[in-house]
Write a protein that binds this ligand. Structure first.
Ligand code: ZN
Length: 143
């Protein structure tokens, strides 16, 4: 197990850009604010959704692309470091006009209709860095 103790240093509340790429906007915000450790929460709506599913036998992501208007019922994620730069890892649920929910690992290509994000920024003595994990073949937090 890897554990880092952290304290809240600030909270950023942001309205993301209409028609922006959801993953890019969150990543840019993390880079611009130089966030090394953080929590992301967001709600809103998208005009297109792209998210992934990690196949644990094949060790690869499959992406799902939905070219439709959807609500972001819940986005939750974190910010840590990879190669010394802030990296966003977020999972998201979307609901359709019937209220049916689908979701997964947020990927590039999701187009924002409206999005309200709250980012909790932490400070910690120890850094949380991502590196290649041989068990899962994913960029997980280093031990
Ligand atoms: Zn993920």
């Amino acid at each position: 197990m890897k554990k880092v103790d952290a304290e809240i240093s600030k909270v950023i509340i942001a309205k993301l850009n209409h028609r922006g790429d959801l993953f890019k906007e969150l990543t840019q915000l993390a880079e611009n604010e130089n966030i090394h450790l953080g929590k992301i929460e967001a709600i809103g709506a998208v005009s297109k959704a792209v998210f992934g599913y990690y196949d644990q036998n094949e060790y690869k992501y499959y992406s799902v692309e939905l070219d439709e208007h959807l609500e972001i019922t819940s986005l939750i994620g974190n910010i840590s470091l990879k190669d010394g730069k802030p990296i966003v890892h977020a999972h998201v649920n979307f609901s359709d006009e019937e209220g049916k929910v689908i979701g997964g690992h947020l990927m590039f290509g999701t187009v924002i209709f409206a999005c309200e994000a709250v980012i909790t920024v932490y400070k910690s003595r120890e850094k949380l860095e991502r590196g290649f994990d041989s068990d899962t073949k994913l960029p997980l937090w280093n031990d």
